[in-house]
Design a protein around this ligand. Sequence first.
Ligand SMILES: *Cc1c(COP(=O)(O)O)cnc(C)c1O
Length: 433
Amino acid sequence: MKKWTRDHAVNQDQLDALAPMRELFELPPGQIYLCGNSLGPLPKGAAPRLKTLLEKEWAYDLVQGWNRHDWMSLPSSTGDKIARLVGAGPGEIMVTDSTSLNLYKALYAALRLQSSRKPGARIVVTEKENFPSDLYMAGQLCRDLGCELVKASQPENLNDLLNEQASVLMLTEVNYRSARRHDMRQLTRLAHQAGALVIWDLAHSAGALPVDLKGCDADFAVGCGYKYLCGGPGAPGYIWIHPRLADHCHQPLTGWLGHARPFAFEDHYEPAAGSSRFLCGTPPVLSMAALDAGLDLILTVENFGGMAGVWQKSLALSDMFMTLIDEGPSFRNLRVETPRDPLSRGSHVSLSLQGELDGSGYALMQALIARGVVGDFRSGDSGDPGRPDLLRFGITPLYLRYVDVFDAVEQLGQVIARGEWRESRYQKKAWVT
Ligand SMILES: *Cc1c(COP(=O)(O)O)cnc(C)c1O
């Protein structure tokens, strides 16, 4: 493998077909932002969009805005934009609620469907390393419904758990810690062979890599609006239901906007056709408009090679990052925890800490942020060697340049070489990490 130099990185940027996309983001000067997997940066189109919404639509049109500006259609019109990124069709995705709530609705609906399709199967299969909120939601729902949540300790064990007891397989495609990526097509096929339904969480997939929900024949999917989709802090999440199932689904949160005729104010609840029955209450129009602006930005990649091009650049940037860590003399106490195989990883790189750096990951990240390189820290479990503390770096090719990755690793080397992480001001943990 070639040795990276800064000149080589600059050269790669000149050849990069995605380079013009960077101009579409509002990026703080002097910062290298490697946290777009946690909160995407502000699209330049978002502020004017919100300004119009606030100062013209809300201020002057008031309640008539619902019809004049079609606010009520935002869950499905914004969902149609996400559909183009994940291999779903128009009308199939609703932008609504949070990822956690959507997961709850999807799992409840799947278990209800299975109670007649595969009666007696009471197990929801997932993995120990799934995102905690997904496990909390699923765990409580299983307890309430008399089902059991079984967590595979290793992805290799999932296959064995997909047996006659398995009702639903619920997984996150790309792991939030290591970036390890499941084979969605293969696991969906194995689950279906066992008669189980499958729910995929796309929080770290959509907008980062090509996803083909229908091509993989998945049943349900949920995902997040504020990470790779750049919808802004607290942006709503989304839910997809395969059209062969949607009309048969029963979801537990029967709010009026999932009704077939919300404005008839009828006494009885009748679910709307298709995915719309997964709506619950009034859409958060301001947040949805910001997410819609984020999606408009992301969909402009269709002019620059599409998600396949984004994915190629993500792999190249991550390879560069990992190679620089492997080779740098300052990094002998850092270990790459992200899989090297391009098909087995998502779009961030995680490093664990050994030797004199062990236990200092949070402080190290704070010292790096003080130098303008923003990643984040995910604490591990001191009792579990398979779960180390991690430094996490999001690789978001729409605005990151090769030279940014090169410079970020340089800065990391200096923080370590100079022992800056030992300073007391970097030791105190904030509420959000
Ligand atoms: C970020 C993330 C969520 C977030 O859930 P919210 O309900 O939006 O807070 C859920 N699942 C996964 C896998 C995530 O990465």
